[in-house]
Write a protein of this length. Sequence first.
Length: 346
Amino acid sequence: MVNPSMLRSLRSAVARGSSHLARRGYASDAVPERKVAVLGAAGGIGQPLSLLMKLNPLVTSLSLYDIAGTPGVAADVSHINTRSEVVGYQGEEELGKALEGSDVVIIPAGVPRKPGMTRDDLFNINAGIVKSLCTAIAKYCPNALVNMISNPVNSTVPIAAEVFKKAGTYNEKKLFGVTTLDVVRAKTFYAGKAKVPVAEVNVPVVGGHAGITILPLFSQATPKANLGDDDIKALTKRTQDGGTEVVEAKAGKGSATLSMAYAGALFADACLKGLNGVPDVVECSFVQSNVTELPFFASKVRLGKNGVEEVLGLGPLSDYENQGLESLKPELKSSIEKGINFANKS
Ligand SMILES: NC(=O)c1ccc[n+]([C@@H]2O[C@H](COP(=O)([O-])OP(=O)(O)OC[C@H]3O[C@@H](n4cnc5c(N)ncnc54)[C@H](O)[C@@H]3O)[C@@H](O)[C@H]2O)c1
Ligand SMILES: O=C(O)C[C@H](O)C(=O)O
């Protein structure tokens, strides 16, 4: 059932798109043509994400791919009276056509967690799925921006990088691990605790996308609030465990899908704005990075016409955040190496 907050999210997604077009001073048909492909479009994330991308006026062609179920999803979404043409593709033999000409490829394909599992427990199944999808991306749309949602993101992004390197198509500016849901959660939880309007809140979240590798920087949160150390610790823990909170509440029926679709749509919209030359588009994402000694790291990233324009630094950290940063490095390093080794062995 659609609840009021989902409706508000949908309305604001539409409003953001239209007000963006109005601000830029052109009618929707003057915006560049952009093809977005969703791989895993029939899944729990894929369906609402497809809906939200259909609502995005920056998209002209929406390509919905899955191993099964996409004709129905595509037929359904295609009846919505917005700008993009929708085509569904089903099965591996249609993957090439689904990808050809894509500007942005969003990947929510793969299995979700059940209670008691870590994201790394998904590696054995999802690593192979991501590898084969990225092999096809290298072949059919090597210049696309890739938004990786499939878990474990800390390993699937390095897998994608290795696949693209082997194919000779790797461009570090075009590969993104989607960590936007961590930012969405940090903003929501902070607004609740600090009693400030959630729409005004900004909180960077850095590191990776699993447990303690998720490091929200509440010392940089705005609007400023006078929260004590215990509050900051509790907010940090809740943000790090946000995914598990949903997995447990769904009790075996998967992980976050609706909030993830919202977060994935926000991040894809930022990528499209960057491609279209909108200035100062900044989002957190897990990308190739020199911010720490680790080869991939999530931090604020400025998006532009070629993808990543600039990976921004961490800014001043509190002692608590500095400790968190040092504690997350060994786990993040080993998840990255696991991905690299998998891609190079198999
Ligand atoms: N990055 C994040 O913040 C974040 C948040 C939530 C979930 N996730 C991850 O997203 C993934 C998907 O979650 P979900 O809840 O949508 O799962 P789901 O099982 O509901 O849907 C996954 C979809 O992927 C499809 N799929 C499987 N193999 C495929 C292939 N080779 N090619 C194309 N499609 C394929 C399935 O048919 C299914 O429709 C999981 O790995 C989950 O852990 C990430
Ligand atoms: O927690 C999960 O397994 C899914 C996702 O990574 C999330 O953060 O919700």
